[in-house]
Ligand binder design. Sequence first.
Ligand code: SAM
Length: 383
Amino acid sequence: MGRRKGSSNNNKKSSNSSTTENSSPPNHLQVTADEDVEEISNLDNSTCDPTDDVIGSDKTSADYYFDSYSHFGIHEEMLKDTVRTKTYQNVIYQNKFLFKDKIVLDVGAGTGILSLFCAKAGAKHVYAVECSLMADMAKEIVQTNGFSDVITVLKGKVEEIELPVSHVDIIISEWMGYFLLFENMLNTVLYARDKWLINDGIVLPDKASLYLTAIEDAEYKDDKIEFWDNVYGFNMSCIKKQSMMEPLVDTVDQNQIVTNCQLLKTMDISKMAPGDASFTAPFKLVAERNDYIHALVAYFDVSFTKCHKITGFSTGPRSRTTHWKQTVLYLEDVLTICEGEAVVGNMTVAPSKNNPRDVDIMLKYSLNGQHCSVSRIQHYKMR
Ligand SMILES: C[S@@+](CC[C@H](N)C(=O)[O-])C[C@H]1O[C@@H](n2cnc3c(N)ncnc32)[C@H](O)[C@@H]1O
């Protein structure tokens, strides 16, 4: 079996970026008040003061969510994900006819990279909306690169800002979270679509599909789940229950795949209603060899079907790794499966009632095989 590279149960895109909780500079940059000592600091007080929006101990998870996007680290990770960023760049630069003289809305602009691509491709005007403190950087980046006449950065939530125009021709956004729907930014795109997009306007990307497959993963399941049964001789299995419930965002080796890959759901971003992001989808995963199944794995594809030639990318285990990796859902049972036998069931996906940025997943599965007969329901929570 293959072993995955790295692991994280922290389902934030910001897993390794710091938040604005700690607003004091790192020790080696400590600014001194001693007048005799020349102040040498690379802290720029004029922009992006992380204390501006800190709400003290009353922060909600939504505050933490937006805070995470205020730090450059998460944007660095996204920009360096070349599968992601180059696909958007190619879509824009290779389809200039779509953008020429058009009004574009960039939903969740971050550093403004997609707005810059659109401006360079000939858009008449781009409105770049970003609610985190990164909006200040985006303004500076737009100015530094000479696009101030074409790109207007608006700092605020899409749901709260006022656009200077009543309609836009194109909405572009990179809204996808882990397991596609974690972070629930899709709703923001749909809100913008319904409020500002002209009738025959374009949403980029316009299709997103969620897939499921099954993997052999004995070694890693042992390391992440069974580990809690005996920790230096102590039983910590109460944590095991929690770790089973949290899908693991990680890279799966394609050699671990035991079954076919099943399409669960395709969403048409240009037409769907917000409620369509909650669904129950059946699956049938047929074993391609005799093996053991320890987990189901979900991943997504996105596509831009309005391009001259359909373009897109996949976050699947057989494709080049992206920062979304794959999402691993460990099973309570180890399924001993023979070639040709099938794990059948359905998956229910919905935003969590307590925090709509989290995702609740219910998995019903059964296998009636030669060596294994199992039927079970498992609940997971991406948070
Ligand atoms: C996945 S990042 C993409 C950033 C940038 N477009 C890129 O491709 O590099 C999504 C961005 O959307 C912003 N965002 C999320 N929800 C938003 C909302 N409701 N209003 C405005 N910005 C939002 C986040 O702060 C984050 O910077």
